[in-house]
Design a binder for this molecule. Sequence first.
Ligand code: PGA
Length: 252
Amino acid sequence: MRTPLVAGNWKMNKTVAEARELVSKLNVPMREIANVEKVLCPPFTSLPALSAMLAGSDIGLGAQNMHWEEKGAFTGEIAPGMVKEFCRYVIIGHSERRAYFGEMDANVNRKLHAALKFDLIPIVCVGETLDQYESGLTSEVVRRQISLGLADTDPAFATRLVVAYEPVWAIGTGKASSGENANTVLAQIIRPALSDLFGMEIAQSIRILYGGSVTASNASEFFTQSEIDGALVGGASLKADEFIGITKAAAQ
Ligand code: PGA
């Protein structure tokens, strides 16, 4: 059995004061939802404050990105050891990093290895753009992102991995994939690609999330699918009621 996981990716939103305010609304209701792993990924600047607020709760923190090197002359970057001070999770290879900051599969792979070395739980994002989707390239693109992004991962660590399938055309557009379509990609493309790398038994234990315009009202459509083990939530994670609703749906 794979424990469902719901992660909120706040992206570049919220000052420390705003982050505290949101967490003060989430903290108690989220604690009451059992059998779901809950993760908040605020901007780096809010991590210290939120880690203090969430001490002793079962809500984990994640970073939205990190560098793979342990330290050195990399102006503006955050090292894995710095992330580890506050977080259990790290999002790697989000499509916005790929599209706006030139992140390639090779760097996704370096970050993944750094995350595993530092005992972080990596949430590796994959997904095709609208053009690729319309050209029938979903399978090719997603398979490549998995085989290159996850290359050379020790199978002993692979069970810790989380993969998020986020079709780029569904992110922030309000046009979510259908649950059925997302489930088909997971069943026919992602789980088999994981099996090629790690074998079927390990592939079956790896959690795969769906991301892209998930809301409290459409969440159950995804969570009732056999292959979907949770969600990576952007816009709706900025609203307490929405995120609580999504987390409750994952618990059912
Ligand atoms: P969205 O973003 O929920 O706003 O579509 C999802 C994501 O980028 O992870």
